[in-house]
Design a protein around this ligand. Structure first.
Ligand SMILES: [Cu+2]
Length: 418
């Protein structure tokens, strides 16, 4: 069970996936965590995701993991047939403390065999989970047990080491966070975000695992903007954000309005003297990065991958570039319409008009427009790996979304004549 602190920190996050409304960030925070409680740490909040329940049995922390086909809503309007753990992709975040003995039951409900590899963990070789090498594969219907003592702390991950290409492309992955035995610098809010990328062909419901480079959907914890929940912080709080990346690309994560320090990698904490101040942290493939900041600047600060195609939803990469082509010249648009009924010239001045067009032009089924989302001043023209850090001097008591930031007078850009 999560403590009250964690619940309030969850801030419209954890259960948004199950919320009906498009941007219902203020929905009730419920949790389906029936396990035991661990008071030794402030639980991490897996934004839009969940924490894996556990039971302490004879001093061993037991987790039950089910590998299974699932349906994941990336954002309202797009549900994808994925594979995951315990009903979601990424699977629930596993949390424990350095020195703990953990017992992880893995039940395979997929149609093919699987295993789990504990990525970055120091453990006996026979627990490493490489199917065919460290153990036989876990066949459909079987349950296998991994058990080891945690000899480190930091942000780690878990994923299959069996038919990896398919199983990871379908979303099988999760975070494995080990808190230090001797508490280090305490943070007030601790967030975890698993980065992933997918090729979901327009009109399709299932990701294509054969794609190597040309992905069209980029998720934070299995959600794309505008389906991502904001991270919240109260003025003065110390915030940690942990990123894990098991996708096929590096993702440079950029936060506006702050300089943060990169405080941890998959090999644990970085000594203070070696911590890098940054505004963009590259999260390499097969690695994790933690950063920390003190939330001293109020506002709505965006946080996103800085590869600009990664902040778009599905787009046609093969379309001819029409920017600068005046199709009204010589009635070109009209002539084309005679050949192609309904043809409309688009993208002559840029692509921003796409967001408005997407509102009244029906695209393929189960496919989100390339750009979407609205702010207090109009279209945000974003998608994919995009969210916000909302910092307020007073967050709503229920831990919900505080709404849009109210800019103090004289602190906003203004328009002039000429
Ligand atoms: Cu990216």
């Amino acid at each position: 069970m999560l403590g009250a602190t964690a619940l309030s920190a969850m801030t419209g996050g954890a259960m948004l996936r199950r919320a009906e409304a498009a941007e219902a960030n203020d929905g009730p925070v419920k949790h389906e965590d029936h396990g035991d409680k661990d008071d030794r740490y402030t639980p991490v909040v897996t934004v839009d995701g969940s924490t894996m329940p556990f039971k302490i049995v004879d001093g061993v922390k037991e987790f039950r993991i089910v590998a299974e086909p699932i349906e994941q809503e990336f954002a309202p309007g797009m549900k994808v047939k994925c594979w995951g753990y315990n009903g979601s992709t990424p699977g629930p975040t596993i949390e424990a403390v350095e020195g703990d003995r953990v017992r992880l039951f893995v039940t395979n409900k997929l149609g093919e065999h699987t295993t789990i590899h504990w990525h970055g963990l120091l453990l006996p070789c026979g627990m490493d989970g490489v199917g065919g090498l460290n153990q036989p594969q876990i066949e459909p219907g079987e349950t296998w047990v991994y058990e080891f003592t945690l000899r480190q702390h930091g942000t780690q991950m878990y994923h299959p080491h069996a038919d990896e290409m398919t199983q990871m492309a379908f979303g099988m992955m999760g975070m494995f966070i080990i808190h230090p035995k001797k508490p280090e610098r305490k943070v007030d809010r601790d967030y975890a975000i698993m980065l992933h990328e997918w090729m979901v062909p327009p009109g399709a419901y299932r990701p294509d695992p054969n794609v190597m480079l040309d992905f069209n959907t980029f998720t934070f914890n299995g959600r794309v903007f505008p389906g991502t929940s904001p991270l919240l912080a109260q003025l003065g709080e110390r915030v940690r954000v942990r990123f894990g990346n098991l996708s096929m690309d590096q993702h440079p994560i950029h936060l506006h309005g702050y300089q943060f320090k990169v405080t941890g990698t998959d090999a644990g904490p970085i000594p203070e003297t070696a911590q890098w101040p940054m505004t963009t942290v590259p999260v390499p493939v097969g690695a994790t990065r933690d950063f920390e900041l003190v939330a001293d600047a109020p506002g709505d600060w965006i946080m996103h991958c800085h590869k600009s195609h990664h902040t778009m939803n599905a787009m046609g990469h093969d379309v001819p570039n029409m920017i600068g082509v005046d199709q009204r010249e010589g009635d070109l648009e009209k002539k084309l319409r005679a050949l192609l009924p309904g043809y409309m010239a688009m993208g002559q001045q840029g692509m921003a008009e796409h967001q408005d067009h997407a509102r009244h032009m029906k695209g393929p089924a189960n496919t989100l427009p390339m750009m979407s989302g609205e702010g207090p001043y109009g279209n945000l023209e974003m998608g994919g790996m995009f969210t916000m850090l909302k910092v307020r001097d007073q967050l709503p008591r229920d831990g919900g979304d505080p709404g849009w930031y109210e800019y103090p007078k004289g602190t906003q850009a203004w328009k002039v004549d000429g």
